[in-house]
Design a protein around this ligand. Structure first.
Ligand SMILES: [Zn+2]
Length: 66
């Protein structure tokens, strides 16, 4: 039975903290994950994926065009 893909979590920071799902028994030790710019990172514990929101960031080139 195939495992359904987990939704991709979109974050605005370059790093994210993952501690698993909400709840007392379904979590895992808190881990810090570095999210590569333009890429995604996979949590080794719960296989959640995180990606960077490129439309919102400190180095936005689109905002420079006025
Ligand atoms: Zn996790």
């Amino acid at each position: 039975m195939p495992i359904p893909p987990l939704p991709l979590q979109v974050v605005t920071n370059s790093s994210v903290v993952c501690s698993g799902r909400e709840g007392p028994d379904s979590g895992h030790p808190r881990v810090f994950l570095a999210v590569p710019y333009g890429g995604e990172v996979l949590c080794p514990y719960c296989s959640r994926r995180f990606t960077r929101d490129l439309s919102r960031g400190s180095s936005s080139q689109a905002a420079a065009e006025a």
